[in-house]
Design a protein around this ligand. Structure first.
Ligand SMILES: [Zn+2]
Length: 342
C-alpha cells in the first residue's frame, strides 16, 4: 500500500484538526485538504470529517498523473484511481485538488468568505479587499460540484495559471501553497480581509418545550443561537428567498425552508402535507426539528446562520436557481415543481 511520508502528513493532520474544530472554517463533512507526493495525490475521503483527522485515517491515495492526464484531455468525468486497497472513496472535489499545481491544497466553505461569495457584488468586494494585490486570484461562477465545477476551475486556471486562490461563487474557496503554514496564512488573510461583524444576538430566551403537531413531535434545537433564525425578523424574512445559497446547504437541509407564522399555522400546514418536514421555523418562537435531525445537519444550519447574520441590510443575495437546486438533488423537473408548489 502507498505510504505517506511523516512530516508533511503530520502537519496536514494537525491543520485539519485545528480547522475542523472552527465552525467558521469547516462545517461537518464539508471542506477537503490534499497534498502531493511524487505520483500520489493524498485527498480527504468522501463523507469523512476534517475534525477527525487525528483520530482516524481520512486520507486516500490517488494516482496523480492519471488524473492530470484525464483532466488535460477534457475527461472530467473520469473516476480518480485509488492506489491499493482502500475502503474509503476519494472526495467528489478531488479534481479541484489535482487541477491546482501546488503541493498542499485546501478547499473550505469558510464563513467570512462565503458570506461575500453569496452576494451579487462579490467581484466588487474582492476588489475592495485588496486581496488581488497580495495573491493571484481567480473567480468562477457557481457550478454543480463535480464535472461542471472542475471544467470551470480548469478554464479559470488557464486564464490565470499563477492563481493560488480560487473563489467559487455560492460555494467556497480553494487555496494552494508550498506547505501547510503557507496555505494557513493565506486562509487567515482571506478571513480577516472579508471579516464582517455578525448581527448581535438579541436577549430572547430559546424555547425549551417541544411542539407536538398531530403525530409529530418537534424538539427545540439545543444550540440556543440557532433560534435567532426564527426570532430575528431580518433573518426570518430572508429565509424565503435566500435559503438555497450553496450546495451543502441544499443537499443537507433541502430545497426550501418550512416557515410558519404561528404554531396553529404549522399545525394546519402539516395536516395538509404529504410528507412531514424534519426541520421547521416558527416565526418569533424558534427552530424545531424531529429527533432524527443529525449533528451534520445542525452544523449546516449553524453555517447558514453564520452566513445570513453577516449580510448587511442592503445586501443583494444571489440564491441558487430552481434548475441548480434540482440538479443538486438529482431531481427531475416535475419532482422539483411539485416540491416547490407545497
Ligand atoms: Zn465544497
Amino acid at each position: 500500500m502507498t505510504q505517506a511520508s511523516g512530516h508533511l502528513r503530520d502537519a496536514v493532520v494537525a491543520y485539519c484538526t485545528r480547522a475542523g474544530a472552527d465552525p467558521l472554517l469547516v462545517q461537518g463533512a464539508g471542506g477537503n485538504v490534499s497534498w502531493k507526493e511524487g505520483d500520489t495525490l493524498w485527498i480527504k475521503a468522501s463523507g469523512t470529517w476534517l475534525a477527525d483527522a487525528s483520530q482516524r485515517d481520512i486520507f486516500v491515495p490517488v494516482n496523480l498523473p492519471h488524473l492530470q492526464q484525464e483532466l488535460a484531455a477534457g475527461r472530467h468525468e473520469s473516476k480518480p484511481q485509488v492506489k491499493g486497497e482502500h475502503a474509503l472513496r476519494p472526495s467528489i472535489e478531488t479534481v479541484l485538488h489535482a487541477l491546482m499545481p501546488h503541493k498542499v491544497v485546501v478547499h473550505l466553505h469558510a464563513i467570512e468568505v462565503l458570506a461575500h461569495l453569496v452576494r451579487e457584488d462579490f467581484t466588487e468586494s474582492l476588489r475592495r479587499s485588496g486581496l488581488q494585490d497580495a495573491f493571484d486570484c481567480a473567480v468562477v461562477d457557481y457550478h454543480k460540484p463535480g464535472v461542471a465545477l472542475a471544467r470551470a476551475v480548469q478554464a479559470a486556471l488557464a486564464q490565470t495559471p499563477s492563481a493560488r486562490v480560487v473563489f467559487m461563487r455560492n460555494h467556497g474557496v480553494v487555496v494552494g501553497g508550498d506547505d501547510v503554514d503557507d496555505v494557513e496564512r493565506v486562509i487567515q488573510e482571506l478571513s480577516e480581509r472579508f471579516k464582517t461583524v455578525p448581527l448581535a444576538r438579541a436577549g430572547q430566551a430559546a424555547p425549551t418545550e417541544p411542539l407536538v403537531v398531530g403525530d409529530a413531535a418537534y424538539l427545540p434545537l439545543e444550540e440556543p443561537g440557532l433560534h435567532q433564525l426564527a426570532t430575528e425578523p431580518i433573518l426570518y424574512s430572508r429565509m424565503g428567498d435566500a435559503w438555497a445559497l450553496y450546495p451543502d446547504h441544499v443537499v443537507f437541509l433541502g430545497a426550501r425552508a418550512s416557515l410558519h407564522a404561528t404554531v396553529p399555522a404549522l399545525t394546519q400546514a402539516l395536516a395538509q402535507a404529504d410528507a412531514v418536514p424534519e426541520l421547521v421555523f416558527v416565526q418569533g418562537l424558534g427552530v424545531f426539528a424531529r429527533e432524527s435531525f443529525s449533528v451534520a445537519k445542525t452544523a449546516q444550519l449553524r453555517c447558514y446562520l453564520d452566513v445570513l447574520a453577516r449580510q448587511p441590510a442592503d445586501a443583494v443575495i444571489r440564491s441558487l436557481s430552481m434548475d441548480q437546486i434540482a440538479e443538486l438533488l438529482n431531481w427531475d423537473a416535475e419532482r422539483y415543481r411539485q416540491a416547490m408548489a407545497k
